[in-house]
Design a protein around this ligand. Sequence first.
Ligand SMILES: Cc1cc2nc3c(=O)[nH]c(=O)nc-3n(C[C@H](O)[C@H](O)[C@H](O)COP(=O)(O)OP(=O)(O)OC[C@H]3O[C@@H](n4cnc5c(N)ncnc54)[C@H](O)[C@@H]3O)c2cc1C
Length: 380
Amino acid sequence: MIDFQLTPADEKVLSSAHEQAIIGRRYARYYDKHEDELEPEEFPEAKDLPNPITLAEESLSGSSGSRILHSLVMLEVYWGGIALHRSKWGLGNTVLKTVATPEQFEKWKNHTIAIAITEPGAGSDPANIRTTATFDRETGEWILNGEKIFISQAQSGDAAMVLSRFIAPDGSRGMTTFLVEKGTPGFTVGPQLRKLGIRSHDTCNLLFENCRIPEFNHIKGDFKSTMSVFNDSRPMVGAMALGVARAALDFTREKLAERGIEISYRGGMRSRSAVVDRFIRLEAVYEAALLTVLRSKWLEQQDVPPKVEASIAKAAGGKAARKITQGCIDILGPEALSEDHPLDRCFRDGRIFDIYEGAGEIQRLIIARSILGYTGRDLR
Ligand SMILES: Cc1cc2nc3c(=O)[nH]c(=O)nc-3n(C[C@H](O)[C@H](O)[C@H](O)COP(=O)(O)OP(=O)(O)OC[C@H]3O[C@@H](n4cnc5c(N)ncnc54)[C@H](O)[C@@H]3O)c2cc1C
């Protein structure tokens, strides 16, 4: 039997996450307007509060499982817009965990490691990557040259896991990953990028100019193993998108209530006003997308690595955030656009989830290939 009920242990963690999200929301407009300021590692209010992400990851006894709970905590964090505890982990840490040698893992296990894949002309199609590492026989080092754009955790991170082409001493070529630490000569982190939404999200371009990398930093993740980190993170992005969507829905519900419009689920369509019907349809989009996230995370917990399910959750969450934030603005009218309220920010913040970690169109291509039995070459 499928049981959609959250357990008391889940509820406890999620209620703490929600309380913190209410505090985070007070800061969201500030950081929306001060995008060059890096959010603190821990906000003062969080000092004596448990980090709900850590609680979720700890496989709490009686919970629905750490993967499911973690995604629901992220939904709460994005409901607030600002996390009171900054994440210590980047997607580069996942590559380190999955492909590094025990010695490499030991050295960098406590570093925050960004993932650096995207380049000008190589976003949706990383096969176009031009960053290249050549091997210097004399020194035994790799020499890295290239540019990466829109890299998250570029300022706050300690290092970047860089997906690069390589030309080995024997002339063989391919793709591989290098861990490049901050402070390595030839490695430059650009300024914070100006964005439509999630404005204070730490995002910069990276430049590698004759950057010498010791062989020990060669992590040897190939193209496939590097891209597979997104199987975990895509449903999480779906959950984050739904956090923003639910913030928009909650705000709209509040505003409608102030105008004396209660959302009633009783009766059929004929007994509802158009505005209530519209709101309920948006909620249905939210619920449907949430189920895709939960299914993908549940599969992970059964040790069935989700592939197409991860794409479905990301595509559904990203699309839901766009549709719901837009729909809430339609319902509330001009008042929705006031900076005194969170809705204009939700509308802008909600856009990213259909772009990064594979745009919506790319997720739909992955889904279509899986359903129709096509390869990447057949359908692109
Ligand atoms: C805030 C932010 C943070 C990011 N963080 C990171 C990070 O940490 N690390 C990292 O490596 N990258 C990061 N990115 C980059 C992000 O992953 C890319 O922007 C994304 O993959 C899209 O690539 P692109 O920008 O080159 O767009 P393009 O690939 O040029 O796509 C442009 C449009 O064309 C569509 N499109 C492309 N190909 C197809 C196709 N075959 N069929 C149909 N439609 C198609 C896309 O869906 C999109 O709508 C980040 C981006 C942002 C904005």
